[in-house]
Design a protein around this ligand. Structure first.
Ligand code: FES
Length: 74
């Protein structure tokens, strides 16, 4: 069994989809196409303005050939 922490597909600056942004594998970041905020793809931290809050992340596990995750927010 392995684990990781996928992130929500929403920029914490103005709620734009991060999946349309470019990933920088060297830095381990994704850049929001709307205003250029970058986030660490491992833990969701905001790396530069205009975003200051992290991207929510979710627990996940890979088990028995499936990918399981959940959103514990209320
Ligand atoms: S919406 Fe992503 S940086 Fe502004």
């Amino acid at each position: 069994m392995a684990s990781s922490t996928p992130q929500e597909d929403r920029c914490s600056h103005e709620d734009f989809e991060l999946s349309s942004g470019a990933i920088d594998p060297a830095e381990g970041s994704v850049e929001c196409v709307l205003h250029g905020a970058r986030f660490d793809i491992r833990d969701g931290r905001a790396l530069c303005a205009p975003a200051y809050s992290p991207v929510p992340k979710f627990p996940v596990k890979l088990e028995h050939g499936g990918i399981w995750t959940r959103d514990d927010r209320g």
